[in-house]
Design a protein around this ligand. Structure first.
Ligand SMILES: Nc1ncnc2c1ncn2[C@@H]1O[C@H](COP(=O)(O)OP(=O)(O)OP(=O)(O)O)[C@@H](O)[C@H]1O
Ligand SMILES: [Mg+2]
Length: 939
């Protein structure tokens, strides 16, 4: 039975996605192949020209032999149509190395250290250090150097660790390739999945929709193949490719050789068998991009955290000249105030920002991986997850289970007609068979399954392999149809085109209509009637496929899209795809958390609207992508903003909509798993896909879910919000106290005849602050808070965690001024205490008094601005509480300890402490009051 055979084939192939099998690499390497770069050397020894010699325009040097027939090329590469043997592959792997683009290996600890010197804050600090050294202010220069080294060590150490755990996580979702290899010389070829890095030159691979092209390859066979090669050429539309046995004039030196596919591109539609001709550093991609070409678009993380960082850097650069000018104008001082001016700028720097950001995000990511199996591939994406306010979803497999079953097949009048299903099965069978698709589409599987079950009841000829397959144009999401060309038994000299696909697209290619055993012309009225019939079925939640056929005289040449015209419309196959059980609740949770959901689907508007309604998401106005063709930018975002469903979207439509939403200021997430979702995954702030998505989606996504379950997204969102909340809390607290200190320092500098703070004191104080603030990175949310809708006060669960630069700067100005007021009050108190107790009141007492006050106010700010009624740690004592306690103890005891005089401090009189307590009480009350005012509109 053909369909049982088909069942065996489909159950053993393809292997479960994501399964990776490491091969054992044989250590002994025969002499003849162990010379470095063997394959290339062998080619060069035989005088074969390669792209390496041709130096393509883009600088590429793909190492691809040109001007050879397929057979010559295979001979040169010691390969054949049946692929390499395992032994050959292992030898080549040892000789040529893994198929990895060199720049993509993770950097060493030392490289990371040097890299962290390029951080803008570090660079500014270094400049200030150089200025200090230039004017021989060695104390300040040393302080700055210590700060730079401490922050670089912490940062590179943290990044190195985060990088390693991220790499381990990414490994879990790494790409695989379908390779055809043999156990030994006489053994038959077997197709299996291997990690992409294990591919070698001479391997024969299979490509299907959604596969990444894993190396530079030459096509041996191709069926309806189109590839996206935006990463290489910037061309956003898929490019057709075909196998050429003897490319005329060595087509490889053309910018677009049709018979070659390059690493970095991905299959949009169709399938192919191909020969690997270059791997790793020899690929055209490696030559063009020595290092990873990561994200192209600015994400929410760049906009918020980086935005704030750059605003600060501008302030830092402005501070020294302002201080110099103020001192010159008001006190007549000259360049001697430069060290002080530099110290003020240093005081403003949140030098721990990169450390806190990396550590916080890395902890969040590993906790997500542990508890929910969610893999964050790019750390800042976790921040962006927390900031998402619009989430776009595809329908199939997200709202529904993507396990369609055939409900009925109908003729053009809407009556039951098993013959329509049979023709759909002929199409499914022969497109799968001839296009050698690595994985059958769920709709094709459902149709073949349904025919198999009904076969027994049918007359001879029910079996779709009854016809002979001639050619196939597999389904592609742009044309939305699949075509099989078959020869029917007894009809010599004739070919039959069998087409199935989306109703509108098939109907557009039909000129006639089958009804009641005859055929008639298809007029506009009939078209409207058929579209209406389809809409009625779709409104019942069914997925519809239209089926059509055409008879043609037999011919030898290849078939193309232009041949699929003048068809006769046969009828519909209606399939039911059950709703995902948890989708309804998850949609409700997302709405409660302030996330607007948009469904961008390739399916019929009726089917999508019904699925939404059944899940409790009111679809409102249902749009189709062609209604939006003329809109762009803000108008497009506005139109989509009003709707919940946009149907009949192509890959480009999805990407356009996501981009427009982002441009209009929304932090946009996109969840999808198909080839038609890739451009949108890339265009979004956060691209999310399930682990069993097509390879190319998995590679393009920032976040990979264990399964396509909306509940998991909800959890990921919470952890993202908690992490962003921690980063925001760090920024709020650090910057408001730093700003306060800077204002106080400036005033003290103008009021006092001595330096208000010595370089060593600036250093100790900064180090104490930095150490205490590390607690933010380690404030792990309890599992209960991470999973419950009521998250934290710093990251309200019902609001996306977005840092808006302006609101944020307003916030730190208010709290900074409050802090400065406390400092100024302390100066008054110090003067009063000195006066009353007739103490000397010299600089040492002032320094000690201010040091204590600074650390205590910092501790209060950490406690009050971070924690509300509920904290990220719940009510338990967490790292933040410990850090606050330690700061307070150091602040009070250090100036009194033997270290005090070493740092140039001497104990203030006891009265000072009593007065300070009063100042701090007032400050605490003011902080609490202003915080309450801000609670409703947090920056
Ligand atoms: N294998 C196939 N053969 C023929 N037509 C198909 C096939 N698969 C899908 N179609 C048609 O193309 C339409 C669009 O499919 P596409 O894959 O772009 O979107 P989808 O997967 O249905 O929706 P979503 O974007 O929500 O995942 C489907 O509604 C269906 O009519
Ligand atoms: Mg899909």
């Amino acid at each position: 039975m053909w369909w049982r055979w088909y069942g065996c084939w489909s159950s053993s192939w393809p292997p479960a996605p994501g399964t990776r099998r490491r091969q054992t690499i044989v250590a002994s390497v025969p002499e003849r192949i162990s010379a470095p770069g063997t394959v290339r050397t062998r080619l060069e020894a035989r005088g074969v020209r390669t792209n390496r010699d041709l130096r393509c325009d883009d600088g590429g040097r793909a190492g691809t032999p040109v001007g050879l027939t397929t057979l010559q090329l295979m001979r040169l590469l010691d390969s054949g149509p049946r692929g390499l043997t395992d032994e050959q592959a292992e030898e080549r792997l040892v000789a040529d190395g893994e198929n990895v683009v060199p720049g993509w290996r993770s950097p060493s600890w030392a490289r990371r250290f040097l890299g962290s010197l390029r951080d803008p804050f570090t660079a500014v600090l270094l400049c200030l250090g150089l200025v200090s050294a230039a004017i021989a202010s060695w104390g300040t220069a040393c302080v700055i150097m210590v700060l730079v080294v401490v922050s670089c060590v912490l940062r590179s150490g943290g990044e190195h660790q985060a990088g390693r755990s991220m790499a381990a996580l990414r490994e879990l979702v790494a790409a695989t390739a379908s390779v055809q290899r043999r156990a030994g010389d006489g053994a038959p070829p077997r197709v299996r999945e291997i990690p992409v890095d294990q591919l070698v030159v001479g391997d024969v691979i299979r490509l299907g929709p959604g596969d990444l092209v894993p190396a530079d390859v030459r096509l041996l066979r191709a069926s309806g193949l189109t590839v996206h090669q935006a990463a290489l050429t910037g061309e956003s539309l898929p490019v057709p490719k075909q196998a050429l046995d003897a490319p005329a004039g060595g087509g490889a030196d053309l910018p677009e050789p049709p018979h070659l596919c390059f690493q970095g591109s991905s299959v949009a539609s169709g399938s192919a068998t191909a020969l690997v001709v270059a791997t790793g550093a020899d690929t055209r991609f490696a030559a063009a991009y020595g290092s990873p070409a990561r994200r192209r678009v600015q994400t929410a993380f760049d906009r918020s955290v980086h935005g704030i960082a750059w605003t600060l850097i501008r302030f830092m650069l402005l501070t020294p000249p302002l201080v110099l000018m103020a001192n010159a104008a008001l006190r007549g001082r000259g360049l001697e105030t430069l060290p002080f001016a530099v110290a003020v700028a240093v005081g403003l720097t949140p030098e721990m920002l990169p450390v806190i950001v990396t550590a916080t995000l890395a902890r969040g990511a590993s906790s997500l991986a542990r508890t929910s199996g969610v893999i964050v591939k790019r750390l800042p994406a976790l921040h962006d997850l927390g900031a998402i306010d619009v989430l776009c979803l595809d329908k199939t497999g997200t709202l529904t289970q993507d396990r369609p079953v055939v409900e009925r097949s109908m003729d053009t009048r809407g009556g039951d007609d098993p013959e329509v299903l049979r023709w759909a099965a002929v199409n499914s069978f022969w497109t799968l068979e001839l296009a050698e698709l690595p994985a059958p589409d769920a709709l094709d599987e459902a149709i073949l399954g349904a025919v198999g079950e009904r076969e027994a009841a049918w007359c001879p000829g029910a079996d779709p392999s009854y016809e002979d397959g001639i050619a196939a144009l597999p389904f592609d999401p742009v044309h939305r149809l699949a075509t099989a060309v078959v020869r029917r038994p007894g009809r010599h000299g004739r070919h039959t085109l069998v087409v199935k696909g989306a109703v509108e697209d098939v109907l557009a290619r039909c000129g006639r209509l089958a009804a009641d055993g005859t055929e008639a012309d298809l007029d506009d009225e009939e078209r409207e009637r058929l579209l209406g019939l389809a809409a009625k079925e779709a409104a019942g939640g069914l997925r519809l496929l239209a089926v059509a056929r055409a008879e043609r005289p037999a011919r030898l040449g290849a078939y193309g899209d232009k041949d699929v015209r003048g068809l006769t419309f046969l009828g519909f196959v209606a399939l039911r795809d059950a709703l995902a059980p948890s989708a309804g609740d998850a949609l409700g949770d997302l709405a409660r958390r302030g996330v607007a959901v948009k469904i961008l689907t390739g399916d019929h508007p009726g089917t999508a609207a019904r699925a939404c309604r059944d899940l409790g998401l009111e679809p409102g106005e249902v749009l189709t992508a062609d209604q939006l063709v003329k809109l762009d930018g803000p108008l497009l975002a506005e139109a989509v903003g009003r709707a919940t469903v946009v149907a009949r979207c192509t890959a480009q439509d999805k990407a356009r909509i996501v981009a427009a939403l982002r441009e209009s200021g929304h932090t946009t997430g996109f969840l999808g798993d198909g080839v038609n979702d890739l451009p949108a995954l890339r265009a979004a702030d956060v691209g999310i896909c399930p682990r069993d998505a097509v390879t190319v989606a998995r590679e393009g996504a920032d976040v990979v879910l264990a399964e396509k379950d909306l509940t998991t997204i909800d959890r990921a969102l919470t952890v993202g919000r908690i992490s962003s909340g921690n980063i925001a809390a760090y920024l709020r607290i650090t910057l408001s106290s730093n700003l306060g200190n800077v204002i106080a320092m400036l005033s003290a500098g103008l009021l006092l005849p001595f330096l208000p703070m010595l370089p060593a004191q600036v250093l100790v104080q900064n180090l104490c602050f930095d150490a205490a603030q590390l607690a933010f990175a380690f404030g792990r949310p309890s599992p209960a808070t991470a999973h419950s809708p009521a998250a934290t006060d710093t990251a309200p669960a019902n609001k996306p965690a977005i840092l808006r630069t302006r609101a944020f700067l307003r916030y730190i100005s208010v709290f900074g001024l409050l802090n400065a007021a406390a400092d100024l009050a302390t100066f008054g108190v110090l003067a009063l205490a000195a006066h009353t107790t007739a103490a000397t009141g010299g600089p040492e007492t002032f320094h000690a008094g201010w040091f204590t006050e600074n650390l205590l106010t910092q501790a209060m700010v950490m406690l009050l601005l971070r924690t509300g009624r509920r904290t990220a740690e719940g009510r338990a004592v967490g790292p933040v509480h410990l850090a606050v306690g330690a700061l307070a103890v150091i602040g009070v005891l250090l100036p009194l300890s033997p270290l005090g005089p070493v740092l140039g401090m001497s104990a203030p009189p006891p009265l000072y402490y009593a007065l300070l307590a009063a100042v701090l009480t007032l400050y605490g009350a003011a902080l609490a009051a202003v915080r309450t005012r801000y609670a409703g509109r947090r920056a």
